[in-house]
Design a protein around this ligand. Structure first.
Ligand SMILES: [Zn+2]
Length: 246
């Protein structure tokens, strides 16, 4: 398909306009330049794109999505990164899975075969027609849970052996502000389903951390010594876990 701008794009060309990309408002300014250029400005984390005069919206959208990690890191650095931009679960959105960035493709079905599959760089979300964003989010969360469970189970086995502890059970569910919690008395750990979006090393760190709580309930010096001994790079991984978007 040719990259000819549509008439309305041409009309907007000389003035600044906003594009909503992944729930983020991006200010686009067309100029007589050759290449796209992206900036994130303090103090409000405003995202600004300078684009060539004839550059179509779709190319700007792809460009911004390609820089998504950089943008969120920049916004985080200036303290304006909210934990998650609002998601609508529509085609084109960027979604993370196991630390990698995918674009969402929404397909509608008229039967009960709802779910998610990976197709190259796409997460294909299959949902019933006219489903709400909340319903789509629930289908995605169910898939996350299904994907995360065997990963967590493997790490639990590994870290039970490494730390010489025994867990009675674990659960994966939505949690608002934590990656996991440990009840030493019940021998039970709860993991945040959002961990499915994180790199595996981050998931392993959270498992090791929560299982170490079966030995030390608080984050005292002994607790840190346990992690230092068994998981030397835990600080770096923790920072990584809290820096990247979910
Ligand atoms: Zn803890």
């Amino acid at each position: 398909m040719a990259d000819e701008p549509k008439p309305e794009e041409r009309a907007r060309a000389m003035q600044g306009m906003n594009l909503a990309i992944n729930g983020l408002v991006v200010c686009v300014e067309r100029k007589a330049i050759k290449n796209l250029h992206l900036s994130v400005y303090p103090p409000d984390g405003r995202v600004h794109v300078s684009a060539p005069l004839e550059c179509p919206d779709e190319r700007i959208r792809m460009y911004v999505l390609g820089k998504w990690v950089w943008i969120t890191e920049k916004r985080h650095a200036i303290g304006k990164y909210s934990r998650q931009e609002a998601r609508e679960y529509v085609s084109g959105e960027a979604h993370y899975f196991r630390g990698d960035l995918y674009r969402l493709k929404v397909e509608e079905c008229n039967n009960s075969r709802q779910g998610v599959r990976i197709d190259g760089d796409y997460l294909v979300l299959t949902v019933r027609e006219k489903s709400s964003a909340a319903h789509r989010a629930a289908v995605m969360a169910a898939w996350h849970k299904e994907q995360l469970a065997p990963i967590v189970e493997g790490y639990v086995r590994k870290w039970q052996d490494a730390l010489g502890v025994q867990l009675d059970s674990f659960e994966i569910r939505a949690m608002s502000a934590k990656w996991g919690t440990c009840s030493k008395a019940k021998g039970k750990v709860v993991f945040n389903v959002e961990l499915a979006k994180k790199p595996l090393k981050c998931v392993e760190y959270v498992v090791a951390h929560e299982l170490a709580h079966l030995i030390e309930r608080t984050h005292n010096a002994d607790f840190k010594k346990i992690l230092d001994r068994h998981f030397p790079d835990w600080r770096e991984i923790r920072d990584n876990l809290n820096r990247f978007p979910v």
